[in-house]
Design a binder for this molecule. Structure first.
Ligand code: SF4
Length: 443
């Protein structure tokens, strides 16, 4: 138990909880009771032209659980169990592809996330994607994104990843220091990063992204500068940098709880923001463009993030697999979060729904608004055309407040975040929530 009499932590200290906002309304408002709304959404096609359709496939397997990980992952499954899981996801897709909402549509973007998609063998990957394509062809897919852990890649697997049609390969480097990787529980080491990166480039993927985390356990000022320099040396097409957060289901939080500490043993928010700011400035000085609060791209004309931009613009997303998230005709839902429960539901021919929420038009407008804020620029015209709402008027009070703090400006009917605003964007979004959705900020 934590000591409630301890001195409260300084306001910028990293405390436990979720900082990153990935959806709206908040997950705490989704419930099991709303599952019927999901069936309803799939029972009829869209009236009029449907939005873009995306496919997400969750591969919940990893070599090792990182201490900061809060995803549903398994590190103990054998080849038979993995095969059984992949078969279940195919049965799920079979069931979903027949639903009136999906039948006859083609996915515009496909995303393999996890966990570690690259944990699968080349044979498993080819078999899985052949079956997926037979059920819902990929001929209209403009983007196929695939997350990789450096230590799981070998030349044969990379060729398979390229051959199945992956356009963006995302490499989870996180840090270039072996000691920091080890302390944070990562399975890979720097040697594997360089070996993998060379092979990735040799395969000629359209887009290679690398992920970094600012503020891992034991990160230092000097080492962060080394991370920036080594990133520039690799010259990826895009770089994604997350600021380390410590949700409750992480190993780091368990240690904090055991020692009675209210503050995570990592850099505070001010430091993490400054580190990302420095990285962004260096990347810009080397020709990159900042395209969101987390991403820098080398060539904004050709380097797209269709998955992100489509979802933030209200696309339908069909999520397959344990714990995956979906959005179908205005209904949010998440699949069952234990692999055994998920498999059992699929075997029984039931949709494996854990929790759901049918959104209102107003909630969908707010959702798109806050997600698009993460891009650093929100055009009022988009919301006028799509929702008939003047967001500058509707959100006049919070916008004025945030502007007075120097975190945004209004330019030509667009809301433009300053660099400091962009670096703390997740913290600003609560101000646009409906009053009954307000939850605690952790910063
Ligand atoms: S590799 Fe990613 S998904 Fe797997 S344990 Fe680490 S953070 Fe979690």
């Amino acid at each position: 138990m934590s000591d409630t009499t301890a001195t409260p932590p300084p306001s910028h200290a990293t405390r436990a909880g979720n900082y990153f906002i990935s959806n709206y309304p908040p997950f705490s408002f989704w419930s099991e009771e709303n599952a019927a709304a999901v069936e309803e959404a799939y029972a009829t096609p869209h009236a009029g032209t449907p939005p873009a359709l995306g496919l997400y496939h969750h591969i919940p397997f990893c070599r090792k659980r990182c201490h900061f990980c809060y995803f549903r992952v398994y590190t103990d499954k054998n080849a038979d169990q993995i095969k059984h899981y992949l078969d279940s996801t195919i049965r799920e897709l079979e069931m979903m592809a027949r639903k009136p909402l999906i039948a006859g549509r083609r996915p515009h973007f496909i995303y393999f996330g996890g966990g570690t998609p690259s944990y699968l063998s080349a044979t498993q990957l080819v078999d899985l994607t052949d079956k997926m394509k037979a059920l819902l062809p990929w001929d209209a897919a403009e983007e196929v994104a695939f997350e990789c852990e450096p230590g799981t890649l070998n030349p044969g697997k990379l060729t398979a990843i390229k051959d199945i049609g992956v356009t963006r390969l995302s490499l989870g480097i996180e840090n270039f220091d072996d000691r920091i990787l080890e302390i944070n529980g990562r399975a890979h080491r720097t040697k594997e990063v360089y070996r993998a990166y060379e092979r990735i480039r040799a395969e000629g993927f359209e887009q290679v992204n690398i992920d970094l985390i600012a503020g891992m356990l034991e990160e230092t000022e000097d080492n962060w500068q080394v991370n920036i320099a080594k990133t520039l040396e690799l010259a990826p097409d895009s770089v994604t940098i997350y600021q380390m957060e410590v949700p409750y289901n992480t190993g780091i939080y368990k240690d904090m709880k055991a020692s009675g500490s209210l503050v995570a043993p990592i850099a505070d928010w001010e430091t993490k923001r400054r580190w990302v700011k420095e990285a962004f400035a260096e990347l810009e000085a080397n020709g990159y463009t900042i395209s969101s609060g987390y991403t820098a791209v080398k060539n904004p004309e050709s380097t797209k993030f269709l998955y992100r931009d489509s979802l933030w613009g209200g696309a339908d997303l069909l999520g397959l697999g344990v714990a995956s998230f979906s959005h179908a005709k205005g209904v949010h839902y998440q699949n069952l979060t234990e692999i055994e429960d998920y498999d059992a539901a699929i075997a029984a021919g039931r949709m494996p729904i854990k929790r759901a929420l049918k959104t209102t038009e107003e909630e969908r407008m707010i959702r798109e608004f806050i997600l698009q804020m993460k891009l650093g620029r929100v055009k009022a015209a988009y919301f006028r055309d799509k929702f008939g709402i003047d967001v500058l008027e509707r959100f006049a009070a919070p916008l004025a407040q945030i502007q007075s703090e120097g975190l945004l400006n209004i330019e030509d009917s667009a809301i433009v975040l300053t660099r400091d605003g962009l670096l703390c964007v997740d913290n600003l979004l609560h101000d646009f929530f409906l009053p009954h959705h307000h939850t605690d900020k952790i910063v």
